[in-house]
Design a protein around this ligand. Sequence first.
Ligand code: CUA
Length: 312
Amino acid sequence: MTDKQHASVAKWERRWLAVAASLSLLFMILIAYSLATEGAHIAQRSSRTTPDQLTSLALFESPGVQVLGANKFQVTSIAQTYNFIPSEILLPQGAEVTFYLTSRDILHGFQVENTNINVELIPGEISTFQYTFNKAGTYRIGCNEYCGIGHQNMVAYINVVSSSQYAQQISGNDLSANAEAGNIGETVYSNNCASCHQADGAGLAGVFPTLIGHTAELYNAEGGRDYLLNLLLYGLQGQIEVDSANYNGVMPAWGQLSDSNLAEILNYILTAWDNDTLLQDFSPYSADDVGAGRGQGLSAEDIYALRQELGL
Ligand code: CUA
């Protein structure tokens, strides 16, 4: 290369360096501008934890809404494959909310439509930020980090209602009404399982197996009663066939739920959707049954092997 050509290359290099530098500067100015004028702010880390210690943290013992003072609320939420706990949050209009969010397993997102809330949920980290809900309405929370096969079903809702409606709904709370009617199982199911297996138990063909008929079939198989319990405690990984459709997703382990909640889910899915009419000899699960199943240290692959033994 001649000296002249060298000089020309060097000149263009300097020009492009200047373009790159000014773009970076422009972006920094835009971020600073939105922080200063658009109310944008960055979620802070409130503390750290490990996913297996989550349920023993007072903050996440019962995720949901807590009243802190006049129109001041605290909302805690746990994200996990593939749902948010809780799945519904009820707040009065004007509520000043401090959020505490975390993930139990992998990266998830917490984006609330029609607000500027958009937080990445990192396992082990508890994120906190504040938001005031000035407008009534239903705000959908979506996960915006691709987290697996059920990602698109990972939604929850924040319902913001007028303060008079709020007072009414709190006193006649759906959850307690359900609990009184003995439908705790249905509530626990809809909060934890319905985002994959659907509220009507029908699942999604090829993605999430149906629980209609199939759950009864599993229970009736020899060893099926223990299998179902272990399935909830330890998860399942491996290819299965249900109603001539193939499934190769992962059923997560649900050991973080309480013994009584797991028993309630099992009893619910075995008696709902006419499954009870198919059961041969049903003795409902008790919390003690679930407690006895813990501590076996099984893996999702072990559960797959157990499933093969059922001979379905
Ligand atoms: Cu969680 Cu996508």
